[in-house]
Design a binder for this molecule. Structure first.
Ligand SMILES: Nc1ncnc2c1ncn2[C@@H]1O[C@H](COP(=O)(O)OP(=O)(O)OP(=O)(O)O)[C@@H](O)[C@H]1O
Length: 252
């Protein structure tokens, strides 16, 4: 059984059916790509998974918790990296990550060790005492990645993981996400960029009109890439005008 399970999820805003019969499962070890064009219902689904909005129908299970009825329990268990989120401008990375540790009720010594570990691993150790307002957008994004992982969650939900990162850092983050998922965890990545999904995901679900219209594994049983087959499938879907997915590399 999946550690992330969504069944027949529905959510409307007035007459707009943002999510309309969304169903999928994610297992341990998977880096699942939630791939779809603007307005397909990705953010609404992530917000439902994290208990930020209450769906109109369907069921969700995140590590056995129900974010609809017990959102605090779900948020305690998962890591969340929202799109376009920035750390507070008036704090340093160390102060902010200590604050996150407090909110998550982590052991103080573990937080101190965790800050050093993640800053080293993501390459912002020399900036730990610098106010966020004086960090580049990419450096701030690394701090946001660290806050999502600092409690070593079994599941991490990420909206557009590589936005604002330069190509070198994108490469480091891709390798890090791949290794983290492979270590018996699961990562759920929402993106509208095929190249990002194709690069890092083990499986993708293509979202259109509020539901998954097709699902593809990107590696076969022997671990070999099925990327070419997938891209042919996407080109074919685009040719049939569903759904229009972006094929450009995102800007550094
Ligand atoms: N708070 C809201 N009020 C009204 N309509 C909304 C609201 N949030 C989303 N919608 C609508 O619901 C649909 C799905 O939006 P959603 O943000 O979930 O899509 P998305 O796949 O995340 O898009 P993007 O890639 O652009 O972020 C869209 O038509 C959007 O306009």
């Amino acid at each position: 059984m999946g550690i992330l399970r969504v069944d027949e999820l529905r959510k409307s805003y007035g007459a707009v059916r943002a999510v309309d019969g969304m169903s999928f499962d994610v297992e341990r070890g998977e880096l699942f790509g939630f791939l779809g064009p603007n307005g397909a219902g990705k953010t609404t689904t992530i917000r439902s998974l994290t208990g930020q909005i209450v769906p109109d129908g369907g069921t969700i299970s995140v590590l056995g918790t129900d974010p609809t009825t017990a959102p605090l329990e779900t948020r305690r268990r998962v890591g969340i990296l929202p799109e376009q989120a920035s750390p507070p401008s008036f704090l340093t990375p160390r102060e902010y990550l200590e604050f996150v540790g407090d909110v998550r009720e982590l052991d103080e010594a573990a937080v101190t060790a965790g800050i050093e570990h993640w800053a080293e691993r993501l390459g912002f150790a020399s900036k730990l005492e610098t106010l966020h307002t004086d960090l580049s957008r990419g450096q701030q994004q690394k701090v946001m990645i660290a806050q999502a992982f600092i409690h070593e969650p079994d599941v991490v939900l990420i909206d557009e993981p590589l936005a604002n990162l330069d190509p070198l850092v994108q490469e480091q983050v891709k390798q890090f996400l791949t290794a983290y998922a492979a270590d018996d965890n699961a990562i759920f990545v929402s993106t509208h960029n095929i190249d990002v999904a194709a690069d890092i995901c083990t499986r993708v679900g293509i979202v259109a009109d509020g539901r998954i219209v097709t699902e593809r594994s990107l590696v076969d049983e022997t671990g070999d890439s099925l990327l070419e087959t997938f891209l042919e499938h996407v080109d074919d879907a685009n040719a049939r005008d569903m759904p229009a997915l972006e094929r450009t590399e995102i800007e550094a």
